[in-house]
Design a protein around this ligand. Structure first.
Ligand SMILES: C[S@@+](CC[C@H](N)C(=O)[O-])C[C@H]1O[C@@H](n2cnc3c(N)ncnc32)[C@H](O)[C@@H]1O
Length: 285
């Protein structure tokens, strides 16, 4: 581990004690696991915050976030430490399952006056919930006039703000099929593309820590929680699978990231329907 032995020196490295304090806080606040191998990443990401709050080195920053006065800074510390990589229509096989297996029944229900609720948990900068919305509207454009809502949530307030603004660079939209992009995005004055009001109408965003309470009313027909729990320790992951099951309607659909797996103690709650795609086994079965 490349850490400074002199805790007072702002040499670019931080003391082992400061790193330990920060990583323990990241784990208790957000479930994030930061092994010693990530020390350099942690240092470079926190350096910006250090200057913004006017502290001289990472030791002082670690003392501050761990103190009572630093409680409100923890939100920004977590924001700096999260990995927010995302792209439109990531893991195309999940969108095929949506189109072929999931949407037909939900579209029928919405057209019959029923309610459809979808949750993208850990949505980062919004590409995931917007991709779901675009896929749904491509299958049935009238869904914008039905009782359909897609919730995108993330612990990172900066990501939620970006997602609400709904404008993406040329590079960020490069992976979207041409006709989907021309139907659901318009060129933005400052460059890039903005998601259309038709799509935005069925997508809502909210800051939410998955380790805290989930105050949403009602259950979800579909939950996407992809490439999020991979950053959590095993115990945190194990606690989330039953919670997601409880947040799904009976036989609701659940999608996780390609390198994630449901903990052994919860596999009985989910029936596999494809690569990292599941249906919630109804309680009592
Ligand atoms: C790599 S992104 C995944 C984005 C999207 N789901 C995808 O697959 O493209 C992981 C996101 O999880 C969020 N995250 C990390 N810890 C969280 C927590 N405790 N509660 C809610 N979101 C969290 C991060 O802020 C980040 O935006």
């Amino acid at each position: 581990m490349t850490m400074a032995s002199d805790p007072q020196a702002d040499s670019g490295a931080m003391s082992e004690a400061a790193f330990t304090a920060i990583s323990q806080l990241a784990r208790s606040e957000a479930g994030l696991v930061l092994p010693p191998g990530k020390a350099t990443m942690v240092q470079s990401r926190l350096r910006k915050r250090l200057h913004q709050v006017g502290l001289k080195d990472l030791e002082a920053y670690a003392r501050f976030v761990c103190s009572e006065e630093g409680v409100s800074e923890r939100r920004y510390m977590i924001s700096a430490l999260t990995t927010n990589v995302s792209h439109f229509f990531r893991e195309a096989h999940h969108f095929k399952i949506l189109r072929d297996l999931v949407f037909p029944e939900l579209i029928d229900r919405a057209r019959a006056g029923g309610r459809v609720r979808i949750w993208s948990a850990g949505c980062s900068s919004g590409q995931e919930p917007y991709s779901i919305a675009m896929a749904l509207l491509s299958a049935a454009p009238d869904m914008a006039q039905r009782d359909v809502l897609i919730l995108g949530s993330d612990i990172d307030p900066n990501m939620i703000q970006f997602a609400e603004e709904a404008t993406y660079s040329d590079q960020q939209v490069a992976g979207i099929e041409k006709d989907v992009r021309s139907n659901y995005m318009t060129p933005a004055t400052q460059g890039g593309f903005t998601v259309t009001p038709q799509v935005r109408k069925i997508v809502r965003f909210r800051e939410l820590n998955l380790l805290g309470p989930w105050p949403m009313r009602g259950q979800f027909d579909i939950i996407f929680c992809r490439n999020v729990v991979i950053y959590f320790d095993q115990q945190t992951q194990a606690g989330l699978w039953p919670r997601f099951h409880g947040a799904l309607v009976p036989s609701g659909w659940f999608f996780i990231g390609h390198s994630e797996r449901i903990s052994d103690a919860s596999v009985h709650l989910y029936q596999s329907v494809g690569q990292t795609a599941y249906r919630a086994v109804p309680a009592g079965l």
